[in-house]
Ligand binder design. Sequence first.
Ligand SMILES: C[S@@+](CC[C@H](N)C(=O)[O-])C[C@H]1O[C@@H](n2cnc3c(N)ncnc32)[C@H](O)[C@@H]1O
Length: 271
Amino acid sequence: MAQQESAKTRRAFDAAAADFTALGRYLWRPIGADTVEVADPRPGQRVLDACCGTGASAIPAARRVGRDGVVDAVDVSASMVSELRRLAGELPQLRACQEDVTAWQGAGYDVVQSALGIFFFPDMAAGTRRLIGMARPGGRVVFTIWRGDAMAAAGRHLGLAVAEATATDPPAEREPHLFDRINQAGTFAEWLTELGLSDVDVTVRDRWLTMTPEVAWLVVLGSGYRGALTELTPETVGRVREIYLSRLRDAGIVELDATTLIGAGIAPAAA
Ligand SMILES: C[S@@+](CC[C@H](N)C(=O)[O-])C[C@H]1O[C@@H](n2cnc3c(N)ncnc32)[C@H](O)[C@@H]1O
């Protein structure tokens, strides 16, 4: 089951890579910049950017560490990694690798950061614990997640649009997930502390995405929501787009909540 979930995540992001970059200017890049501002990597440091996507946080981190530093940017999706290599050509300190980051063998990083990645791990707590273990004792660890049901309205209307366009049942309610319990500043801070980080601090970054039709559709094409389209014919995708946009209009959704929580803490001494 966990393996199936990982393969599904990888397929969704493999299909999304080019559109992911296009959505990046509205969403991923500002969130990546916020993440790096909190992580604050210094010149010469070694950074692990887990679930790097096309580099929204890995690229600014590589600029900060400079040529004396290193950023290992790891993502399970081959197309994300090749898009990142294309975008990061002039940054030799950025090493983009395709791998499941929870199996990554690196260790002793000054900074471990991951923007909008940890909730994709089939076992979110175990995967996050593994990442924390890759920081050096006293290293800085920063994870960015969505707050509450940020982005959920897009997913809900997309699910209903796919059901209508394919004449299938509306999607079942999502199974309860650890993420649902820790997606507020206080609960996120408590969880990170339970995982062994000290001096935990959570920054809330309010963000609202203006849902022009172009941006609203990019939210689908350039994110994990893309997975809902992978089995559909181009005609059906066109129909889904129409229904999705008209549902958003009818529901009066002109802005999408894209607020994030950026949790930062200090890694413990090795066990
Ligand atoms: C929402 S994107 C965020 C990408 C990037 N950090 C950013 O902020 O733009 C989530 C990324 O996590 C990656 N991912 C999910 N599970 C992963 C895993 N186990 N190992 C490495 N990457 C993973 C996906 O392929 C995808 O690129």
